[in-house]
Design a protein around this ligand. Structure first.
Ligand SMILES: Cc1cc2nc3c(=O)[nH]c(=O)nc-3n(C[C@H](O)[C@H](O)[C@H](O)COP(=O)(O)OP(=O)(O)OC[C@H]3O[C@@H](n4cnc5c(N)ncnc54)[C@H](O)[C@@H]3O)c2cc1C
Length: 425
């Protein structure tokens, strides 16, 4: 049996559900498929940055207030605690001088809950036809379009389309079809493990997420994120090339930290793990290649858009879903689904996130230097103005660029004479 749809979105995680919401906003009928049935889990740190909400508000105008009204699903978070290799802590609010009565800049929500919440919003829109338990198993070109072979509820079926939006994640079949390979460059890929806990103690009272830059994990980090309902998301991430070179067993490394680290282990004395430790890969946006082709647009992890420094990928998954829908609208209105026409999608994604991803790659390289991390945290704990600068950096890409500039470190080294000013240092 063959069915036809002008646009098919493959994968209904953050990238696919967002592409669907933005297509529905433009009144474009489409098919959204996922191999899973929602709610489904996804290995992740579960932290939702401000970027997530700045894009979703265009399709869900009350998104932030809705999240605030669902405290068992969304835990408001106001900042990040960096812990340097020497153990020194630096608390940085996401916005300078923010208080707990202000609207939260970010949230933490289990992917089981968040993805289902977003998926249900996409599925409720009248322009989306949604198939769960529908797995893409093969792709072929045919008559200026694509034929997608699916297994839906165990039955084989074919779907013809003029445009496939690949939102099928890290192991994307559509990406493999586009690039001709499933292998990833290990220096642009990170390994991550995650374990849920209940009863971890010692969190910041404004639910700061915690990044612990422990010497044994550099240039990666160990994280502890508070979650709704007294749970915690605990994990470790590291570049795959480093994992391979040093033959690191991330799960064991994480367990060792929890049991033996002199400070961290104390916070786990009354904690109980929930479920198993699980691992998954992070395709980092270090070298974003072509993300469009004839009848095809790649989004989210299928397009390798994860921030190399923070490991944050949900924001860019949603951003790319948004612009993929915009590119689909243009292709439909011009009736041109060829690579040349769809290439404007590559350009817009590069324009929106290219500089940010390049900068984060530089910051990742700097993180290999223990002394530098110790130095920055030491300085910032003593200098409130510098701390505010780091805060502002979350929202300001130009400010972040200064962190990749050696002159910046020279100036903070001589901070007494070279007063740090937010604009210009
Ligand atoms: C350990 C770890 C920690 C992370 N922590 C964070 C964090 O704290 N914050 C953050 O912002 N990002 C984090 N990330 C990154 C984030 O998880 C991803 O960037 C994000 O999930 C990408 O969304 P996506 O929609 O592109 O892909 P996914 O969320 O992977 O969704 C892909 C969807 O496609 C479906 N699918 C796959 N193959 C097929 C197929 N053949 N047919 C049909 N459907 C298919 C899947 O079922 C799934 O629903 C982390 C990642 C890892 C691994």
């Amino acid at each position: 049996m063959t069915q036809e749809y002008k646009v098919v979105i493959c994968g209904a995680g953050p990238a696919g559900a967002s592409a669907s919401l933005f297509l529905s906003k433009e009144k474009i009928p489409h098919l959204l498929i996922d191999k899973s049935t929602f709610p489904r889990d996804k290995v992740c740190g579960d932290a939702l940055s401000g970027k997530v909400f700045s894009h979703l508000k265009h399709v869900l105008p009350d998104v932030r207030s809705e999240c605030c009204q669902l405290p068992t699903v969304f835990l408001p978070s106001y900042g990040v605690r960096f812990v340097a290799p020497n153990g020194k802590e630096l608390d940085v609010p996401f916005v300078p001088n923010i208080t707990a009565t202000d609207p939260p800049p970010g949230f933490i929500s289990s992917r089981l809950d968040f993805d289902d919440w977003l998926f249900q919003k996409a599925a409720a829109a009248p322009f989306a036809e949604v198939w769960q338990n529908a797995k893409l198993i093969a792709i072929a070109k045919q008559n200026g379009g694509l034929v997608l072979q699916l297994k839906k509820d165990g039955e084989a079926l074919e779907v013809k389309t003029q445009l496939a939006i690949a939102a099928d994640g890290e192991r994307s079949l559509l990406r493999k079809f586009h690039t001709g390979t499933a292998t990833r460059d290990r220096s642009s890929f990170s390994a991550g493990v995650r374990q849920y806990y209940r009863g971890v103690e010692g969190f910041h009272d404004m639910n700061f997420i915690e990044l612990h830059f422990l010497p044994e994990l550099l240039p990666g980090y160990f994280w502890i994120f508070p979650m709704p309902n007294g749970r915690a998301n605990v994990g470790a991430g590291m570049l795959s090339s480093v994992v391979a070179n040093r033959k690191v067993d991330l799960k064991k490394e994480m367990e060792k930290i929890i049991q033996e680290h002199p400070i961290i282990s104390k916070r786990f004395v009354n904690a109980k793990p929930e479920g198993k430790t699980q691992g998954w890969g992070l395709p980092l946006g270090r070298k974003v290649g072509s993300i469009s082709g004839d009848n095809l647009l790649l989004c989210g992890d299928a397009a390798s858009l994860i921030d190399p420094f923070t490991g944050e990928g949900i924001g860019n998954a949603i951003l790319s879903g948004r612009y993929a829908a915009e590119a689909a609208l243009k292709a439909i209105s011009t009736q041109n689904f060829l690579a040349k026409n769809l290439n404007s999608y590559d350009q817009i994604i590069r324009k929106k996130v290219g500089a940010e991803l390049r900068l984060s790659s530089t910051l990742l390289r700097l993180c290999e230097q223990q002394w530098l991390l110790n130095f920055v945290v030491n300085k910032a704990t003593r200098n409130p103005e510098f701390r505010d600068t780091i805060s502002s950096m979350f929202a300001d890409i130009d400010l972040r660029a200064k962190f990749a500039n050696p002159i910046f470190y020279f100036k903070i080294l001589f901070g007494d004479r070279w007063r740090l000013r937010r604009n210009g240092f």
